[in-house]
Structure formats: structure tokens, C-alpha cells
Design a protein around this ligand. Structure first.
Ligand code: CTP
Length: 411
């Protein structure tokens, strides 16, 4: 997509990943965007204004009190000029500043003053990222409607390994392009399931599936950003509700089935990302099972849970139905077979045996399989993967509508 006429304000804060930002500026300039770089004091320790001025073609701003620059374009004017604000890398300190609504320097003042969407790409040591304070700020920023991209997992400049790397400039560029892409689900209703389900054994024990809910929440957020009215039926997870999404919390597969069927009639699309437990304990006792009453071997009978997505696909007036599958072997073969068996319009499959893919990871790679084709989406953040998937799912929806139109004209 061409970004000509789009004004992007790129805020760079003081992290080592700042050295990657000239690549992002180059990509944006190649797509004909105007880029105004704003540096914090910390950022100047990692990258020079000269480099960024050279690649962006504009003098870099870094001071709220620079009279000359303010005379040319005041900070409020600059905040209005921006069609999109991108903060990359965003340090833990800057995220805390943004979450509290403080305005001690030019970049934080601009973030407070702008009405444009803000994309935040965190970058920090993995322990700083995991700290409760940073996670609280992540929650606040997501609730405020800021779009968080990453961090990615991997080796860090400080020698640690874990979540905290800034997403690659190419992935950020893709997210930025998608922020300007047409609202491809405008006016449509979408129901998403996410997270695991918990099947009670007794009041203090349950069995469950491994799922953080991250990919499902990212799908719901991307569908809402694409203009849809989104309901998210979520099993137990600790994620903040995506902005603008109606979240219904459930526990068991049967609860999820009931919550979905109570709302399905009004939906244009159903996206089943939840890792639904296929079986539940045949008997769940009202009292805690005591160890002495069991002995040294514990056997339990299970009964089958309803297949939620297959039941939606069987409805006479069905929405477009998209499933997800996590496989460990013969990945594409199993997914193709699962799509046919469950009567799905499309299925998104990922290979969870690959390192850094699926479950609790912040990144993912996947293949979208539908009746007429397959598309491999490369390793990227779950948010940008979700945005890419939503665009392709919207195309499948449009093709189905066109097909239905032709059929009704023929009959
Ligand atoms: N699904 C569902 N209800 C179930 C089980 C699965 O809606 N009881 C949905 C999931 O949300 C997902 C798709 O079906 O969209 C595939 O889930 P998966 O667990 O891979 O399917 P299974 O039929 O359980 O296959 P497997 O034998 O691989 O576990």
C-alpha cells in the first residue's frame, strides 16, 4: 500500500533497538510517507539526529523548549499534523510515563496531545518486561486504545533470552500499513472464542488445555480495528479486554457452547480460536476429593464435550466459520482434513512443535487454508499476524457473498 500523503510521527526512546529505526524510516519514505522523527534525551545516547535527519529528510525534533522549532511548528500543531504516532522502541520508563499521562518532554507531550492512533513497540530487558509494574502499564495502554506491537522473544543485547526485543522494522512497517488499510469488516458482526476452557474435577481441581488466549484476543482486537462489532467469548485468561470489544467470560466448554449459541444468530463471522477441552470429567463432585479416599492410583472417566465450531458450521443460516488448529506433525495435512471434517470455510494452522510459535509466545507463524487456496503468513507478532489474517478473512467473506449472489441470480 502506498502511504503518500500520510504523516507519521516516529518517536524514538532510549533503548538499544533505536539503531534499527533508520530502516523503518527508509521503508516509510519508500512508501512515500512523510516522517517526522522525535527523539527523547535517552534516544540520543543510542542514535544521532544526523542519521535520522538524513533518512527522514526533515530536521529531527527533541526539545519542547526549542524556540526556533516551536516557531516553525508548535508541539500542538505537530500533534495535529500526525496521522499516526509510532513509538519505537518504547522503553519501560516511557511506557510508564505514557500510562500515567505525564508530559515531561516533547515526545510524551505529543502522545498526550495527539488524537491520532498510537502504535507502541516495547523494547527492554525481559525481566523489566515481565515486572508487575510494566505489565500494569501494558494493561493501561491497551485500555487507552494504544496499539501495542510486540515485544518479540529471543536473544537480548544484555545477554538474556526472553520477551523484550523490539519487533523487526519490517513487521512494524506492516502494522503501520494495516493501520491505514481500509476498514475491511465495517458494519459486520464478529464472534470470536479465545483462551482455554476448564473442566471441573471437583471444587479445587480442573483439567484444561494450554492456551494463553493471546492469539484469540489479537484476532478480536484486529476485527474491531477493521470496523467490526466484536463479541469475544473467552475462557479463563489474564489478558486485558481488547479496546472496543464486548468480552463474555466463561469457564467450561459447555458454558462456551451456551454463550456462543445465545449470540450466534446475529453474527456475520465466527472465528473459533479457543482451545476447547474435548472431554470433561464424567462426574464432577461437589466436595473436594480427598487423597485417602483415592489410594495410589486414580482413574477417571471422561465424556465428550460438544464441538462448538462444528455445531455453528451446521446451522442453516450460518455465518462464515473460521477455525484454528495447533498441530505438531503432518501440520497441513491434518489441518486440511480438520477443515473438511468440521465443515469450516477456512482454518488457520500453526506448527506448535516449532520453537517460539504458539501457546504463551508473543509471536506466531501460520497458514490460512480455505476451499480455493492456502496462504503461509511468516513469523511475526500475534497482533500483526491477526491483522493480516483479518484482511484475508474479509476477502473470503466477500468472495462468499459474491458466490451467494451469483447462486441466487441463477436460481
Ligand atoms: N473446537 C470447538 N469445540 C471443541 C473442540 C474444538 O469449537 N469441542 C474448535 C477450536 O476452537 C478450533 C477448532 O475447533 O477452532 C480445532 O480445534 P482442535 O482442538 O484442533 O480440534 P479437535 O477436533 O479437538 O482435533 P484434535 O483431535 O487435533 O484435538
Amino acid at each position: 500500500m502506498d502511504l503518500s500523503g500520510k504523516n507519521i510521527l516516529l518517536g524514538i526512546t532510549g533503548g538499544i533497538a533505536a539503531y534499527k529505526t533508520p530502516i523503518l524510516v527508509r521503508l516509510l519514505r519508500q512508501a512515500d510517507a512523510e516522517v517526522q522523527v522525535v527523539l527523547t534525551r535517552g534516544a540520543r545516547e543510542f542514535i544521532t539526529p544526523t542519521t535520522l535527519q538524513a533518512v527522514s529528510g526533515r530536521p529531527v525534533r527533541d526539545d519542547l523548549w526549542d524556540e526556533e522549532a516551536e516557531a516553525a511548528m508548535g508541539h500542538i500543531e505537530l500533534a495535529r499534523w500526525a496521522d499516526l504516532v509510532v513509538v519505537a522502541p518504547a522503553t519501560a520508563h516511557f511506557m510508564a510515563t505514557l500510562a500515567q499521562g505525564l508530559a515531561p518532554d516533547l515526545l510524551s507531550t505529543l502522545c498526550l496531545a495527539t488524537e491520532a492512533q498510537t502504535v507502541v513497540a516495547p523494547a527492554m530487558n525481559q525481566a523489566m518486561w515481565r515486572s508487575p509494574a510494566t505489565q500494569r502499564n501494558v494493561d493501561i495502554l491497551a485500555r487507552d486504545g494504544r496499539l501495542l506491537v510486540g515485544p518479540a522473544e529471543g536473544e537480548q543485547a544484555c545477554g538474556d533470552t526472553g520477551p523484550g526485543r523490539m519487533v523487526e522494522p519490517e513487521d512494524l512497517f506492516e502494522v503501520i500499513r494495516q493501520c491505514f488499510a481500509a476498514r475491511c469488516l465495517d458494519g459486520l458482526s464478529v464472534l470470536v472464542t479465545a483462551g482455554p476452557t476448564e473442566e471441573a474435577i471437583d471444587p479445587v481441581r480442573h483439567i484444561t488445555n494450554r492456551s494463553s488466549g493471546k492469539q484469540g484476543y489479537a484476532m478480536a482486537a484486529a476485527a474491531a480495528a477493521a470496523g467490526a462489532e466484536v463479541t469475544l467469548v473467552s475462557g479463563p485468561c489474564i489478558l486485558p479486554p481488547p479496546p472496543g470489544v464486548d468480552v463474555i467470560g466463561v469457564t467450561s466448554a459447555q458454558d462456551m457452547y451456551d454463550a456462543v449459541h445465545a449470540r450466534i444468530a446475529a453474527q456475520d463471522l465466527f472465528i473459533g480460536v479457543a482451545a476447547v477441552a474435548d472431554f470433561r470429567p464424567a462426574q464432577s463432585t461437589g466436595q473436594k476429593i480427598k487423597k485417602e479416599s483415592v489410594g495410589t492410583r486414580f482413574e477417571m472417566a471422561f465424556e465428550e464435550n460438544p464441538d462448538i465450531i462444528a455445531s455453528v458450521a451446521l446451522l442453516p443460516e450460518r455465518p462464515l466459520v473460521i477455525g484454528f488448529a495447533a498441530e505438531t506433525q503432518k501440520v497441513l495435512e491434518h489441518a486440511r482434513e480438520k477443515r473438511r471434517r468440521k465443515g469450516l470455510d477456512a482454518i488457520v494452522v500453526n506448527d506448535v512443535s516449532r520453537q517460539g510459535i504458539g501457546f504463551n509466545s508473543d509471536s506466531n507463524a501460520a497458514t490460512l487454508i480455505w476451499a480455493d487456496g492456502e496462504l503461509a503468513l511468516p513469523y511475526q507478532s500475534k497482533q500483526s499476524l491477526a491483522q493480516g489474517l483479518i484482511r484475508h478473512i474479509a476477502d473470503i467473506f466477500t468472495a462468499r457473498l459474491a458466490g451467494a449472489g451469483q447462486e441466487s441470480r441463477a436460481s
